[in-house]
Design a protein around this ligand. Structure first.
Ligand code: SF4
Ligand code: FES
Length: 366
């Protein structure tokens, strides 16, 4: 296989610590404690290697990245190398004056999540009383610091009725962008699928509502819509294709093509604390495993869409088809597509399904 071009972006999970406990969190079920986090010097070395590699943007995420005291130093180091920085925050417990400090360090953009458009919903989903009010205050601080703001609205059955209010909220907060993103069912969300899966009719209604708002608010508020895999005809190009232009680093330095890659049992991942990023990106077996097209099976191998969606998500194929090289079952051409539709239909009407909140020590049911 020829050497890959340079990557575009990195999702850097600086910590798994978080004041919220969202039941759809994209972090792994096995959360890392603070004593496993990389220190400042190691992150600085990794970010310097990333800049050498030609990385254009780093998304600083968690957990809650503002819990890292060294966040301004990390932002500054990236900005000094001309790397675009985006902070992904829950906006809870942010230290006074931090957003100004981050702006001065060179931060380019902030994405602030809201678990609901109504206070009761935000507090329920994050399992934190008063969370909504704190987020409103964080949004005001972000805008006062002059930072561009995107509101992230992860959508599922418990808040799918609030999409219009999410749009109103984003407008009232002076956001430039709203991301209405249906939850992806991996990890925590997969465990909570019965409590979170929306009904198909509601998803269709929301898609139409967003389309109308996109048109009406053109030039005022950009609205992105991420459709739910389970109700789609074709899958998304997960991570833009495996090891194609982006990857992620966990709080302890483990470097993976996507956040759920550890669920593919035969892969092992190097740590950016020990192995140069260029080596991991260019020739590590885990990154090579599903890069390009050679690994594909039918129907993907001879499908005209393979350069659009790269066969969908390897982790979802692993989980639902038992083979990471299989066509993502979210695709209507997958032999397992009927199963995914049946699961979604069943889960979306599950009565009294309780939510397991994200926290250390939760074990996935067998
Ligand atoms: Fe995409 Fe494969 Fe489905 Fe074609 S068969 S649409 S490449 S997932
Ligand atoms: Fe791993 Fe989609 S989450 S490839």
């Amino acid at each position: 296989m020829s050497a890959p071009g340079p990557p575009i972006g990195i999702l850097a999970e600086l910590t798994h610590r978080c004041p919220l406990q969202c039941p759809y969190c994209s972090n792994p079920l096995e959360l890392l404690k603070v004593n496993r986090e990389l220190d400042t010097q190691t992150w600085l070395r990794i970010f310097s290697q990333a800049a050498d590699l030609g990385i254009l943007q780093v998304h600083l995420s968690g957990g809650e990245p503002t819990l890292r005291q060294d966040l301004p130093v990390l932002v500054q180091a990236l900005a000094d190398r001309g790397v675009y920085t985006n902070l992904i925050t829950a906006g809870i417990g942010v230290r006074e004056g931090l957003f100004e400090k981050l702006r001065d360090a060179g931060l380019d953009h902030v994405q602030l999540s809201f678990q609901g458009a109504r206070p009761e919903t935000t507090d329920l989903i994050g399992n934190s009383r008063g969370a909504h009010v704190k987020k409103l205050s964080a949004a005001a601080q972000i805008r006062a610091a002059g930072l561009p703001l995107t509101i992230n609205a992860p959508i599922h059955r418990k808040n799918i009725g609030e999409v219009q209010q999410f749009i109103d909220l984003a407008l009232s907060l002076g956001a430039e962008r709203l991301e209405v993103a249906n939850v992806q069912y991996y990890g925590w969300a997969l465990m909570n699928r019965q409590a979170l899966m929306p009904e198909r009719d509601d998803v269709m209604r929301v898609a139409a509502l967003v389309e109308e708002a996109q048109e009406r608010l053109r030039g005022v508020l950009a609205i992105d819509f991420v459709a739910p895999d389970y109700y789609a005809q074709y899958p998304k190009a997960c991570m833009g294709g495996w090891a194609r232009d982006a990857f992620m680093i966990t709080p302890d330095g483990t470097t993976m093509p996507c956040h759920a890659a550890a669920s593919i049992p035969h892969l092992s991942f190097a740590s950016a604390a020990e192995t140069p990023l260029a080596e991991i990106w260019g020739r590590s077996p885990a990154f090579e495993a599903y890069r390009g097209f050679e690994w594909m099976q039918e129907p993907c191998r001879s499908c005209a869409r393979k350069e659009i969606d790269f066969g969908g998500c390897r982790c979802q194929a692993m989980k639902l088809a038992g083979d990471a090289a299989a066509t993502d079952p979210a695709c209507s051409l997958s032999a397992f597509h009927g199963r995914i539709l049946a699961l979604a239909a069943e889960d979306s009407v599950a009565q009294d399904a309780s939510m397991t909140y994200r926290r250390i020590g939760v074990v996935e049911p067998a």
